[in-house]
Write a protein that binds this ligand. Structure first.
Ligand SMILES: NC(=O)c1ccc[n+]([C@@H]2O[C@H](COP(=O)([O-])OP(=O)(O)OC[C@H]3O[C@@H](n4cnc5c(N)ncnc54)[C@H](OP(=O)(O)O)[C@@H]3O)[C@@H](O)[C@H]2O)c1
Length: 217
């Protein structure tokens, strides 16, 4: 794939940090939130190709849309916003925390398929990819592109292009993608799993997730 434009819905700790890394890696980044006027600092940090605006503008802009909002905020997305996400590759970083998100997080945790298929049900027609949900934003900020082993990023999706897109973004910001499988396999790296917020390198993720070692190129 040749992705150039990234729309970001939710430009907080993780969306903002990834947006800066993507901007520095040369992507055109469009940050959004309900208060885009407050995102100018991020825009500056993400470099000359970054900008900010409304959620709908960010969705329309992106070849890929990074959705990085608290799970409870899915209820606030109106029908037109959900419509705009139809057909888009949507990289979802959300994690269910009942103490923060309430009932919707309880439902996600109870969902037999885990968070990925649960979010896919909330955004029908979007090409959901689970990625970047396992990594603490401050670990990204502090360790990406520094010496040492790269942080591994587990990725799952039923959409081949979506998988390729998330791999490409992870690689280009200095992380090591680890494809786990179809969307339902994302349950293996949901909140509470053995790999969650460990910031472990890819080889350790593969071991914990019982995946084969990456084939030598
Ligand atoms: N923090 C981490 O290290 C981390 C790591 C991996 C995954 N996650 C997960 O990723 C998600 C985001 O986490 P975060 O820590 O980055 O949260 P955060 O710092 O609170 O940022 C959330 C962003 O979402 C925006 N937002 C909230 N409601 C919205 C809505 N209805 N429509 C559009 N934008 C909305 C907020 O901006 P406005 O209030 O201005 O709209 C804010 O920019 C969560 O599900 C979290 O569990 C977090």
């Amino acid at each position: 794939m040749n992705i150039r434009k990234i729309g970001i819905v939710g430009s907080g700790h993780i969306g903002g940090t990834l947006g800066i890394l993507l901007g520095k890696a040369g992507y055109e980044v469009f940050f959004s939130s309900r208060h885009p006027e407050a995102l100018q600092d991020l825009v500056k940090k993400a470099g000359p190709k970054a900008r900010a605006g409304s959620v709908r503008e960010a969705i329309a802009f992106g070849d890929v849309v990074l959705v990085s909002i608290p799970m409870k905020a899915f209820h606030d997305l109106d029908a037109a916003t959900k419509d705009a996400l139809k057909g888009k590759i949507v990289i979802d970083t959300s994690n269910p925390y009942p103490e923060r998100d309430g009932q919707i997080a309880e439902e996600a945790k109870r969902h037999p398929g885990g968070t990925g298929p649960f979010v896919a049900r909330l955004l029908p027609g979007a090409r959901i990819v689970r990625a970047f949900n396992t990594v603490y934003f401050d670990d990204l900020r502090k360790t990406v592109n520094k010496k040492g082993e790269r942080i591994g990023i587990p990725i799952a999706s039923d959409d081949e292009e979506g998988l390729a897109a998330a791999m490409e973004l992870a690689e280009n910001v200095g992380l090591e993608p680890v494809v786990v499988g179809g969307l339902s396999t994302s349950k293996q790296f949901d909140v509470g799993s053995a790999v969650y917020t460990t910031s472990a390198p890819a080889r350790e993720l593969r071991e914990k997730l019982h995946l084969k070692e990456k084939a030598e190129a």
